[in-house]
Design a protein around this ligand. Structure first.
Ligand code: SF4
Ligand code: SF4
Length: 323
């Protein structure tokens, strides 16, 4: 399998007599991490940057997280190597693209190296409100319609992972980004122990155990997926295109955070929310809710979260991913 590594042995050579391979060895490793606000893109980036720095590499990291708290795009470039001049990865130069959200991953694909780039993407959908134009509950979403099989044609090696569901099953949905770190770790030469040490510095102390489980799960998943695609008898991927995957809408309301301001009740396009007798918001007509997420994005107190739960979850590596 041809994949980039961060081996320290690759930096050896006579700097006064550079050869083509020595020059190549001096090229930085470029890892692009993308997602949506609240998913933990920056944490992934910081953990990687910190680990690379602890191993003696020069590291440059840059990030953009403008409207992160309101579901905006977040991305971070991490570059490390013997010498790194610029903090940003040029288009077509990312060795690895880690996406915490499916559509964001597809949007950034042009940044991946065409011949060798590795694409690691959560199949999690975070659908923006303007994609809910069809107001029938359960209607197809206006969202990226590409299937993992179609995406595979554009990447040297690709993995579509239901990392969010895997993290939910571990008991902490927020550990989805660490599942992806586990996947990422298989494409770099840092040891698992080094990763785990770095991770422990960046997650809340009381969640260290679940995050380490998430890391190991992501790592194991990729290793098993690589084995599966090597096996010609293995069933091909059964992942439906995230846009077409059936879903059910679930509202998670944190009553103690609700300040009874009524904003969500007034602005819900389907009028399916109300304040109860204690003046706390509740979903009065769940059958009308389209999952548009306006309530989540407009609540000043972050008291509502909208989940689009996949009804059928089949996960596998992208079919035919090159080994
Ligand atoms: S309850 Fe929230 S997600 Fe459901 S339709 Fe109303 S604003 Fe949209
Ligand atoms: S917008 Fe938020 S704080 Fe205001 S009523 Fe709705 S849930 Fe409560």
């Amino acid at each position: 399998m041809s994949r980039p590594t961060a081996s320290t042995s690759s930096v050896e050579g006579d700097p006064l007599r550079p050869t083509a391979s020595a020059a190549k060895a001096r090229e930085p490793m470029n890892v692009l991490i993308v997602g949506v606000g609240g998913q933990g893109v920056i944490m992934v980036s910081k953990a990687l940057a910190s680990l690379a720095q602890s191993k003696g590499y020069q590291v440059k990291q840059s990030e953009v997280h403008g409207m992160a708290k309101r579901g905006g795009t977040v991305f971070s470039h991490v570059r490390f190597g013997p010498q790194v001049w610029s903090p940003t990865i040029p288009k077509g130069e990312a060795d690895i693209l880690v996406a915490l959200e499916w559509a964001e991953g597809l949007r950034w694909l042009p940044f991946l190296k065409a011949e060798t780039g590795i694409f690691i993407c959560d199949t999690k959908r975070i659908v923006p409100p303007f994609a809910c134009l069809n107001r029938r509950p359960g209607a197809p979403l206006r969202y990226s319609r590409e299937t993992p099989a179609e995406v595979k044609a554009h990447v040297a090696e690709g993995f579509a992972i239901d990392a969010t569901r895997m993290a939910e099953e571990l008991g902490n949905e927020r550990a989805a980004n660490v599942v992806l770190i586990g996947a990422l770790s298989t494409a770099l030469d840092f040891s698992a122990a080094d990763w785990e040490q770095a991770l422990a510095q960046f997650v809340p102390k009381k969640t260290i155990a679940v995050n380490l489980d998430a890391f190991r799960l992501g790592r194991r998943w990729i290793e098993e997926a690589r084995t599966a695609v090597d096996d010609v008898e293995a069933p091909v991927a059964r992942i439906p295109a995230p846009a077409a995957a059936p879903y059910s809408v679930r509202l998670e309301i944190t009553p103690e955070w609700c300040k009874s301001c009524d904003i969500c009740v007034k602005l819900c396009p389907e009028r399916c929310l109300r304040l109860n007798q204690e003046r706390i918001v509740e979903l009065a007509q769940p059958e009308k809710c389209t999952g548009c997420r306006l309530c989540e994005l407009l609540c000043p107190d972050f008291a509502i979260r909208v989940h689009l739960d996949a009804v059928a979850n089949e996960v596998a590596a992208m079919p035919g991913a090159k080994a």
